[in-house]
Design a protein around this ligand. Sequence first.
Ligand SMILES: [Zn+2]
Length: 337
Amino acid sequence: MPVFSELIGQNEIKARLKGFCELSSGHAFIFVGPKGIGRHSFAKKFASVLLCSGPADSRPCGKCRSCICLREGSHPDYKEILPDSKSGIVKTDTVRKALVGDIGMMPQLSEMKVYFIDADSLNEQGQNVILKTLEEPPEYAVIILSVVSASAILQTVRSRAVLLKFGLYSSDEMKAILNSHGYVSDRMTEFYSVLSGGIPGVALRMIGEEGYGELRRETIGVAEKIPSAAYDKIFLDVLPFFLENKLYVTDIIRFLTSWFRDAAVMAKDKGSKLIVNTDQRGKLIEYCERNGNHDLKYMRCVTICDRCAADLELNAAFEICIGTMLLRIRKELSVNA
Ligand SMILES: [Zn+2]
């Protein structure tokens, strides 16, 4: 019986992968879920079970040559096809060489071969190359395509693969994951855990990376500035903050969303325990007093932020998206706008 118990949550996916391991059926999988949800960790664990040569009821054994090689990153039967570091895309040539040119050769160490493909930046040409392989895959090969959205994958490829969708983690699961990474529960880990929206990779990055406290403080400063800023100041004073921190824009929008959601809660009940920015209670009370105790307008700001995040995900023009978001928030909150 293969073991996935070390991984927290995603019980349905674990049950299905377990089923596939036992039956050795299914040759291609599409792992779908947001960045940081754990698609790669699950793929690696799935591969370790498939490749392990230990007793069938205790895979992965962690001790056989296969388990050791996989852990050390030198397993000849496990390949990762990743985007080119310069262009950021998975080159069609790489797919040809690492997958098509390799899959016909028998496994060297294990009974199977596993290919993990970071498919978000895999273009149509690259997917068509994979398609030919998926039409007649060798018995021993398993291909895992990993993407944020299933729509990134051609229908012809999708129809030949098993789609597994990763769900967001509950707060108890998030706590367990953060604990397993050595973070004890305190006010800040809980804050980032909620702010991440149930995505462990996001919470871990925010907790572990220096500078997030500062980024959050600056974002709160921006939220405070918007309602009273003159029209041109939005472009002169506020927009540059987003341009300078373009790489972190998703996190900045998360901070903003949490701020407005909290303002909506506080507008109705100053003593509410439901807010996320618990260390900013005083500032939030002032904010609501200054900009009006109307929960609905703060909720509309949340919607404006969500819309901006969704547009950016679809690669909409950065400055236009952010500029539009800022002006719409200003219009919502400003008495003079
Ligand atoms: Zn093993």
